[in-house]
Design a protein around this ligand. Structure first.
Ligand code: PTJ
Length: 249
């Protein structure tokens, strides 16, 4: 594959495309993951391809929630492992949290490949292979999860989610933190905390907040969590996009 010069104005975006494209060829990303990535890119373009103050705030609250959790799990799929395997492993180590592979297009082969990729990046233990239990109310393969992982988690971080599972996890009484560049998606509107940001910026930013917040008083963390208004944050994101579009011409 041809080299992308660092001076190219769209270097970061092109590198992400290159990663996703390579991961599609080696079976980590499902072919429809390319479409999902394209949709994400379009929303990122509208946001100016940077972390908005509202997204940064959501990342701060997510860090607080993860620090207060008893059994936090980071759920990963093909796209996430392709783009940010290392960031996810670092965040899981820092908290600590469990890492679980949960796929929409689940095959034994993909689970093995993704698990191997995570191990190559240094993950010590990866959940999701046992799949010994199902999330109630889901017909598709994303229902399959580990009893010791997502099933018993109190907080689940779900980058690139589908709305169905997000709702099903909420129905189980879990706190769901979603990362989705599309503020209009069902996932975005169903999650407890929605981070409208690119996973390539969001995961490392949550980790930065974890470092900043880990020594502060639990009451302060609780206050941060209790005053969070997800709907208000989402509506501010949508209004930012529409104002930005109107101001461009
Ligand atoms: O690996 P699998 O088998 O679990 O399959 C994963 C895909 C991505 C194919 C599956 O989850 C899917 O079809 O996802 P959707 O329903 O297209 O949703 C993906 C959402 O993620 C969309 O709303 C996109 O805007 C958003 N998105 C895409 N790329 C990014 C993103 N959000 C944050 N960062 C991104 N890089």
């Amino acid at each position: 594959m041809e080299e992308i010069p660092k001076t190219h104005p769209r270097y970061t975006s092109l590198m992400a495309r290159k990663k996703i494209s390579q991961s599609t060829k080696n079976g980590i990303v499902h072919e429809t993951g390319l479409i999902a990535h394209g949709r994400g890119e379009a929303f990122d373009y509208l946001l100016g391809e940077k972390t908005m103050p509202q997204s940064d705030m959501a990342e701060k609250v997510a860090a607080a929630v993860l620090l207060c959790a008893n059994n936090p799990v980071i759920s990963v799929n093909g796209n996430v492992v392709s783009l940010v395997a290392e960031d996810c492993i670092n965040l899981a180590d820092t908290l600590p949290a469990k890492l679980e592979i949960n796929l929409f297009h689940r095959t034994k082969k993909r689970i093995e490949k993704i698990s191997k990729e995570l191990s190559n990046y240094g993950a010590k233990k990866v959940y999701g292979q046992k799949a010994d239990v199902k999330i109630p109310g889901l017909e598709h393969n994303r229902a399959l999860c580990d009893r010791e992982g997502i099933f018993s988690a109190d907080v689940v971080l779900v980058p690139l989610e589908d709305g169905d599972r997000c709702q099903a996890l909420r129905n189980m009484g879990k706190t769901v933190i979603a990362i989705d560049l599309n503020p209009l998606s069902r996932t975005a509107r169903t999650a407890s905390i929605t981070i409208v940001d690119n996973v390539t910026r969001a995961i490392s930013n949550i980790e930065r907040w974890v470092h900043e917040l880990k020594n502060i008083d639990k009451n302060e963390l609780n206050n941060l969590i209790e005053t969070w208004d997800n709907e208000k944050n989402l509506s501010e994101m949508v209004s930012f996009i529409s104002k930005r579009l109107n101001s461009l011409f």
